[in-house]
Every structure is written in structure tokens, then in C-alpha cells.
Design a binder for this molecule. Structure first.
Ligand code: NAG
Length: 364
């Protein structure tokens, strides 16, 4: 009898403890964090149990994708509503610093130039969250490491990515690009012009250049495994960061366990930073450099490679590669977008055309 009572009491204690832990995770902690954020003057979506800020995002995204896909002839550069619809609406509602929820964890979204500068420069205060799932596979050391480990790895790798050490990238880009173009020329040998989906070629090209520059072999010869090609690694696109301990982000005091997520795409489409034609695809705006192209409203207007000590280590590599490849292709081929191109940019670590990039190629 007494033994049975002891068992029941133990079970009851375990159940109460579990219930309390659940309460803390799903109610008490999020409410406490939300109160602190509000005290700092940061607005955002009120916390609700099972809040679906991000779930809603994907639902809307699917519908918009479909719409983009069916209207193939007209498309605009205003891609934020289809890629980040939820964030877009939140910015309209709350401004340039607000919180959303990823389950019970608040995500502070920052687009304010001054705060961005602070976040990008204080790499030890603002660490990275670990995205989990497939992302961990892509995270080759630098992307996922933190603190001293990150600093040590970065110091070892930095010299290899200095401009003066990147001559092999130029040679590799040229060689790989010549091979790609000879494949295109074969396709064009019978006809004046033809439609080619260039996306798989470009995907292979980036893996090939990397493989040649790093190992002196192209990956068709078995250098790198293309399935794990570095083309899938973000070139400073979206930056997730998480505070590991309470930290002061002047003028905001942020609690720990808050994710900071800098929606770079929104910054790049901001009319206050780029002027009224922010949504117009106009590469000429950069003809006199980035600072002349922007209105001067933000100290960090353009962040394709992120910024601060954690600036993308491959920035120089990528720029050399892009320039070398364009310099080879443009004198030899003319190209225009195929009428069959469906405009449906999707956010797969980097923003990519969801259904390929069919171009009409012609030899010059
Ligand atoms: C890309 O590389 C893979 C692996 O070598 C190859 O099978 C495929 O045909 C290549 N695709 C193009 C479009 O060159």
C-alpha cells in the first residue's frame, strides 16, 4: 500500500515538473522575452501559443509563386512580396526594427542602418544560431563556428583569399568558361540561335572553377563532388544571428535567446535607401559606385557579401570569377531572355530562378 502511494507521488511529481517545464517554454519564457523587447520600444507580433508567423509565410509564398509562374511575359523586379511576404507586411506595419516568432523564440528583424553596423561589427556579441537540418551540412567550418574557433579558422583562411593570392581564380575562371562556351557552340553549330537553360551550366561552372582553383582539376575529372558544390553556400545573403548572452545593442538591450535576422533583401529594395525607382531593375544606377547609387540614408546600403569582420571570405573570389566569366562570354555570344522564362525567384539559401534561366543564345 505504502509502496503504491510512493509510486503515485513520484509519478505526480514528475508530471507536475514536466507540465511546469512546458509552461516555461511555451508561455512564461516567450512572454518574458516579449515584455523585455517591448520595454526597449521594439514593436512586433504579439506572442500566441503555436504562432505561425513563418508557416503563414510559406503558404502565401506558394500562391505567389504560382501566380508568377503563370504570367510569364510580364514580370517586375519587385520580388520581395513573393519571396518574403510576411516580412514585407511586417515592415509596413512596424517599421525597420521589429520582432516576429519562430515558435516560442522571438526573431528581431533589423533594417536600420546604424543598428546593422553595430551588429555586423560586434561578431562576438552577436553570434550565429545553428540553423539545423540541411544547413548544417553546408556549414563548412566558418559558417557555423563561433568565437575563438571562428577567429582562428578565419585567420588561417584569410591569406588564401587575399586579392594578390587569387590569380589562379582568374586562370581557372577562364579555362572553365572556355569549356562551357564550347558546349554552347556545339549546340549552335547547326542553327543561328537556340534556346538554352543556362542555369545548370552556370551551376557547373562555379563548381568547376572552384575545383580548378583549389585542386587544379575540373570536377568532371573528379575534383569536387558537384552535389556538394560550393555554389550552394550563401554569399553573405541572409544572415542569422543569435545572442548567446545578454548584450547591449545601443540603444536597445536585448535578452539572450533572441534571434537577430537581417533581411538583406528588404534593405536592397528600400525606397528610402535607393530612391523611388528601388523596384526597377536598373543596373546602371551603380555606374558611379554604390554610394552614389544610394540616397545616403543608410551607412550600409548594399550588403551582398555581408559586412564587418564576418564579411564573406569569398567576396574577392566571387567578384574575380564573375568579371572573368562575363568578359569571356559577352564578346562571343549575344543573349536575350526566352519568352518561355517563368519569373519565379525562389529563396534557396541564395535567390535563384525556380524554373531555370532559358536564354536565346546567338553567336557573335
Ligand atoms: C554538369 O555536370 C554534371 C556532372 O559532371 C554533368 O553530368 C552534367 O551533364 C553537367 N551539365 C551541364 C549542363 O553541363
Amino acid at each position: 500500500m505504502e509502496v503504491a502511494l510512493a509510486v503515485w507521488v513520484t509519478i505526480a511529481i514528475i508530471l507536475v515538473t514536466c507540465a511546469w517545464k512546458v509552461m516555461v517554454v511555451v508561455w512564461l519564457r516567450p512572454w518574458r522575452l516579449e515584455r523585455i523587447l517591448r520595454q526597449q520600444g521594439i514593436p512586433g507580433t504579439p506572442y500566441q501559443l503555436g504562432i505561425r508567423d513563418w508557416g503563414e509565410t510559406s503558404g502565401i509564398k506558394e500562391r505567389l509563386r504560382h501566380r508568377c509562374h503563370t504570367s510569364s511575359t510580364e514580370f517586375s523586379h519587385d520580388i520581395v512580396p513573393s519571396i518574403l511576404p510576411f516580412l514585407q507586411r511586417s515592415v509596413q506595419k512596424y517599421g525597420k526594427c521589429f520582432y516576429t516568432w519562430m515558435g516560442p523564440t522571438p526573431v528581431v528583424n533589423v533594417m536600420d542602418g546604424q543598428l546593422l553596423k553595430e551588429i555586423y561589427s560586434r561578431v562576438y556579441d552577436f553570434g550565429k544560431p545553428h540553423p539545423g537540418g540541411g544547413m548544417e551540412l553546408l556549414a563548412l567550418g566558418l559558417l557555423s563556428s563561433e568565437g575563438e574557433k571562428w577567429s582562428k579558422h578565419r585567420k588561417i583562411l584569410n591569406p588564401a583569399f587575399r586579392l594578390e593570392r587569387l590569380k589562379p581564380v582568374l586562370a581557372a575562371s577562364t579555362a572553365s568558361c572556355m569549356e562551357m562556351m564550347s558546349k554552347w557552340e556545339m549546340l549552335l553549330s547547326q542553327e543561328v540561335s537556340c534556346e538554352v537553360d543556362v542555369l545548370p551550366y552556370i551551376d557547373n561552372l562555379t563548381g568547376d572553377i572552384l575545383s580548378r582553383a583549389a585542386f587544379g582539376s575540373c570536377y568532371e575529372e573528379g575534383g569536387l563532388d558537384p552535389a556538394r558544390g560550393l555554389e550552394t553556400i550563401p554569399a553573405g545573403t541572409v544572415m542569422y544571428r543569435k545572442t548567446y548572452r545578454a548584450t547591449r545593442l545601443d540603444p536597445y538591450y536585448l535578452p539572450s535567446d533572441v534571434i537577430i535576422f537581417v533581411p538583406v533583401l528588404l534593405v536592397h529594395h528600400d525606397q528610402q535607401i535607393w530612391g523611388e525607382d528601388a523596384q526597377v531593375f536598373n543596373p546602371k544606377r551603380f555606374s558611379e559606385g554604390v554610394s552614389k547609387a544610394s540616397t545616403g540614408q543608410s551607412r550600409l546600403p548594399y550588403l551582398p557579401f555581408s559586412a564587418g569582420p564576418r564579411v564573406c571570405i569569398g567576396q574577392n573570389f566571387a567578384l574575380i570569377e564573375a568579371k572573368a566569366v562575363l568578359a569571356k562570354i559577352l564578346p562571343r555570344f549575344s543573349m536575350e531572355l526566352s519568352p518561355s522564362y517563368p519569373h519565379a525567384p525562389s529563396n534557396l539559401v541564395t535567390i535563384r530562378p525556380q524554373f531555370g534561366a532559358p536564354l536565346i543564345l546567338q553567336k557573335l
